[in-house]
Write a protein that binds this ligand. Structure first.
Ligand code: ZN
Ligand code: ZN
Length: 181
């Protein structure tokens, strides 16, 4: 048994020297072989995957668990970095959506992104938000759904007034002007 092992180690180290010496030739040979036997290799891998379906599934579950654990651990030890990163990506997403809808309040023309927000044209905002993204971000949902037509941009002032009074004072003023004309 020991002799066997020593013999194997001897061959391995001899081969190792050989491999080191002929590194480039071997790499070339490997490349050539894989090009020439492309279909065979593909079929071999497919066969292997088919024969190890359960194992692959198991591995995927384990890898997922491991990643989740790792992420949680990382978040715990890097709280500040994660917070800044999350905030940055939230702002980026928000701006992306606002720009896609014209980045301008449809009521008063405000263009400062920090003052702007997305508004449900039909006014059923809260209910819709609850339905499509109970725990997530509405902005992410909008981007994922290819910017539907049910939204517009309002600045916080106009949005707030619409919510509180049913109509923004700008709109009332415009209406009165129409009557005056
Ligand atoms: Zn406005
Ligand atoms: Zn307004």
């Amino acid at each position: 048994m020991l002799n066997n092992y020593l013999e194997k180690a001897r061959i391995y180290s001899k081969n190792k020297n050989y491999r080191e010496k002929h590194k480039y030739e071997i790499a070339e040979k490997k490349k050539k072989y894989s090009l020439e036997h492309r279909e065979e290799i593909k079929a071999y891998h497919k066969r292997w995957r088919d024969n190890h379906k359960e194992k692959i599934k198991e591995y995927r579950v384990k890898a997922k668990e491991y990643n989740l654990r790792w992420t949680r651990e990382y978040q715990k030890t890097h709280q500040e970095v994660c917070q800044t990163r999350n905030q940055k990506s939230r702002v980026k997403l928000r701006n992306e959506v606002l720009i896609a809808y014209g980045s301008k309040c449809v009521c008063c023309g405000e263009t400062e992104l920090k003052f702007l927000a997305i508004d449900h044209i039909n006014g059923n905002g809260n209910q819709h938000r609850k339905e499509v993204c109970p725990n997530g971000s509405l902005y992410a949902w909008i981007r994922k759904n290819n910017y539907p037509n049910d939204f517009q941009i309002l600045c916080h002032n106009c949005n707030q007034s619409k919510g509180s009074y049913g109509e923004c004072p700008h709109e009332t003023a415009r209406r009165n002007m129409d009557y005056a004309i």
